[in-house]
Design a protein around this ligand. Structure first.
Ligand code: SDX
Length: 429
């Protein structure tokens, strides 16, 4: 693969190091720096701003152009013409399914939506006011205590069944976390409903009366899952890959991804956006918050704005904003005060020199929370929705790594601590 080379001259005494340069099918070339260790050197790249951690064929992002492709298909086209389970299939298998494959995949996922009945016991161990992400970290990792027939990561069939189980059971566990928090009974999955409609039914139905799923809201839910399905080597996906590189089972790896996603700088931002909009409270306060976001001495950041990779619009944010309009109109909430504040905030920020210079645009989290709130989903469940949507991406990256050549991930460091020194006896300190 290596045709081009980079040369690194360390000093004029030794010959320059030759480092192979690789080109992908799209995106920047990469410099293979693996030989540096043999020359007593490490690269230094905190936050992995300039580091390609792996080779992958799943998702491509061009941050400058605002491009997001899943197996080559633009996210805008998938959002318009595809659905979440079809996108899950695409991420896992690399191609869009034909009619037969799609029907079989949908039935397989439907047939795995129930969880082991004993999993119900886990929930009673949590306080009712536990954050649902804390519950998800626990119960998803605990799946490995129940499904021993899909833990052998060297077995292709085990890997495939684990992928199905995780995609199928995340909505069931997510809705159980919600029902537990409000003291309502768990609602079993229904095989006559589609993936997203089934999730809304498990979230909002009660044993006391029939719950009719609104197809417009089910479609919006499906699109939210789809827009979150994968996003290259983001923090939580990199966590899943690192956990998987040690040979940990897929359920444990996804639980690690859920933990990483929880942070407000990552998947926790959608919850933080709603809290921020509520704190702003009225459009007249927007300028104060914009000033806080620009103040170097103020830790406040405009949640839902900015991105490590996108230095243009996050293409998901555009689709999310359009979906937001559709849902609020469907529900007669187009005068939703938070949505009005969000639209005003976006307009002001996009015209502000600071945000323009730093290329800070709305990201996937800026509008998603408003839709979820309109769907009746409480703020603390927003990151759980993100985790549910992201599961096929996590598992596709895990599967891509495990089914190929891989080594345990083990970064090094720039050490700036104390140099070697001898122990000092207690009576001499
Ligand atoms: C997700 O990686 C992914 O793909 C993630 C994700 C996915 O699908 O997996 O897309 C999902 O996590 C989206 C991002 C959600 N997070 C937020 O909305 C939180 C608010 N955004 C920021 O915290 C920040 O923008 C990050 C974390 C998203 C990106 O941080 P970076 O790349 O490390 O950028 P940075 O912190 O170095 O910021 C560059 C500059 C800084 O100013 P200077 O030090 O150069 O003077 O921009 C400023 C920052 O202070 N800045 C912001 C800002 N984001 C960056 N200033 C105000 N408000 C913001 N939101």
């Amino acid at each position: 693969m290596a045709e081009k080379k980079a040369t690194l001259s360390l000093n004029d005494k030794e010959p320059a190091l030759e480092l192979p340069i690789y080109s992908g099918s799209m995106g920047p070339d990469v410099v293979n720096v693996q030989s540096l260790t043999a020359n007593g050197l490490f690269t230094y790249d905190p936050g992995f701003v300039s580091t390609a951690s792996c080779e992958s064929k799943i998702t491509f992002i061009d941050g400058g152009k605002g491009t997001l492709l899943h197996r080559g298909y633009p996210i805008e086209q998938l959002a318009e013409h595809s659905d979440y389970l079809e996108t899950c299939y695409l991420l896992l298998y690399g191609e869009l399914p034909n009619k037969k494959e799609k029907k079989h995949f949908e039935k397989t996922i439907t047939d795995h939506t129930m969880v082991h009945e004993q999993m119900i016991e886990f929930f009673s161990g949590f306080r009712r006011d536990a954050h649902p992400m804390a519950i998800m970290c626990g119960v998803v990792g605990a799946l490995s205590a129940f499904y021993h027939d899909s833990l052998d990561i060297t077995n292709e069939r085990h890997r495939e069944v684990a992928a199905y189980r995780l995609i199928s059971k995340m909505p069931t566990l997510a809705s159980m976390a919600y029902k537990y928090s409000i003291g309502q009974p768990f609602i079993y999955p229904r095989n006559d409903l589609g993936y997203s409609g089934n999730f809304l039914h498990m979230m909002f139905a009660t044993p006391c009366e029939d719950y009719e799923v609104n197809p417009v809201l089910a479609k919006a839910m499906d699109r939210i899952f789809l827009l979150h399905a994968d996003h290259e080597q983001n923090a939580s996906t990199s966590t899943v890959r690192l956990a998987g590189s040690s040979g940990a089972n897929p359920f444990a790896c996804i639980a690690a991804g859920i933990a990483a996603l929880w942070g407000p700088a990552h998947g926790g931002a959608n919850e933080a956006v709603l809290n921020m909009l509520a704190e702003i409270g009225d459009a007249k306060n927007i300028d104060t918050f914009i000033a806080k976001a620009k103040d170097k001495d103020d830790p406040f950041r405009l949640m839902g704005f900015g991105h490590r990779v996108y230095k243009n619009f996050d293409p998901r944010a555009k689709v999310m904003k359009q979906t937001c309009d559709e849902v609020l109109n469907e529900l007669g909430l187009h005068d939703d005060p938070l949505f009005k504040i969000a639209k005003r905030l976006e307009k002001i920020a996009l015209e502000d020199e600071y945000f323009i210079k730093k290329k800070l645009y709305p990201n996937v989290d800026f509008y998603s929370g408003i839709i979820l709130k309109a769907l009746g989903i409480p703020t603390e469940m927003f990151t759980v929705i993100f985790a549910t949507g992201r599961t096929p991406g996590w598992i596709a990256h895990w599967h891509e790594m495990i089914s190929g050549e891989y080594r345990i991930g083990r970064p090094r460091q720039l050490y700036t601590g104390p140099v070697k020194r001898d122990f000092i006896a207690l009576d001499k300190r």
